[in-house]
Design a protein around this ligand. Structure first.
Ligand SMILES: [Zn+2]
Length: 298
């Protein structure tokens, strides 16, 4: 079902609107129509604002990936209630960023258990302290270092950490029977990505991670992306992952060549677009600056 604009507004008046959480996200966008979209089998996505959420709804289990914001998490719950009478067995956070975890507290009363990589609670707490949003957090009850899995009513759900990439606590969520992988913010489709270096990110290992994820799945796997540039889809095949791998490789090469030519960080970042990636939305300066820091850190 798609919600029309009127339903959205009515729903919003009962949701939590206008809190400080709205200034927290790094990738906040204007409110959009909340939408449930089936992907494959009993697995689908929810989009409203912030990082793409994932869901599994079957007669014996409900699993949710990420929670967006307090207000959009309320919209998600309302829509979920039209699809199942079950509560949420497990909420998995792909990482700690506010546009993926700020809705945790809204979902909390409906959730049996919140799961995330072991580094997520600490990073989430530090982020909340910096933004003065500590009272609005709900944290993982269960964490994993490398692997986690669950039999969810005919669907095997697993999470895997491939080392530092977008942050120091990223999880890749695999709905094994549906063959759908939720990448969280390990995937920005044609959009200059945020690389959270203070949060433990590594561009070099992000490249390795994308290659390893592709190697761990097959050509029929459908991937869900945390974000996409305007007009670009938020799901797609592995070729999109390899395209982002190529973007990062070109980014590092561009920075290394700039350094070799004796240019400063500012000079290197002052480029309208990264050569060869003009169709990416946003400005590359921040991503280039982060790449410069990583390269020069040795
Ligand atoms: Zn993120």
């Amino acid at each position: 079902m798609k919600w029309n604009r009127r339903e959205f507004i009515v729903t919003s008046t009962f949701g939590v609107v206008g809190s400080a959480l709205h200034r927290a996200p790094l990738l906040a966008q204007p409110p959009a129509t909340p939408e449930f979209t089936a992907v494959r089998g009993n697995v689908g996505i929810f989009t409203a604002r912030g990082g793409t959420m994932g869901w599994l709804i079957n007669p014996d289990a409900v699993v949710v990936v990420d929670s967006q914001f307090a207000d959009t998490a309320r919209m998600f719950l309302d829509g979920l209630g039209e699809r199942t009478s079950r509560g949420i067995d497990v909420l998995i956070n792909t990482h700690h960023h506010g546009d993926h975890t700020a809705g945790n507290q809204t979902l909390r009363p409906s959730v049996e258990k919140i799961v995330a990589h072991a580094n997520v609670p600490g990073l989430q707490r530090r982020q909340a302290e910096a933004r003065d949003t500590e009272a609005a957090q709900a944290y993982a009850d269960e964490t994993f270092d490398e692997n986690w899995s669950l039999d969810a009513g005919g669907e095997r759900v697993s999470a895997r950490h491939y080392g530092p990439a977008h942050t120091g606590g990223d999880g890749v969520i695999f709905f094994e029977d549906a063959n759908v992988v939720h990448m969280g913010d390990l995937m920005f489709n044609h959009r200059h990505p945020f690389v959270d270096r203070p949060g433990g990110a590594s561009i070099r290992n992000w490249i390795t991670t994308l290659e390893q994820v592709v190697a761990d799945h097959d050509s029929d796997t459908t991937y869900v992306f945390g974000h996409a540039g305007p007009g670009w889809p938020i799901t797609g095949p592995r070729s999109v992952l390899l395209g982002m791998r190529d973007y990062f490789a070109a980014l590092l090469e561009y920075v290394e060549q700039g350094i070799a030519a004796g240019r400063s960080a500012e000079e290197i970042a002052q480029v309208g677009q990264l050569p060869g990636f003009a169709e990416y939305s946003g400005q590359p300066a921040r991503t280039i600056g982060t790449a410069y820091e990583e390269v020069t850190a040795g």
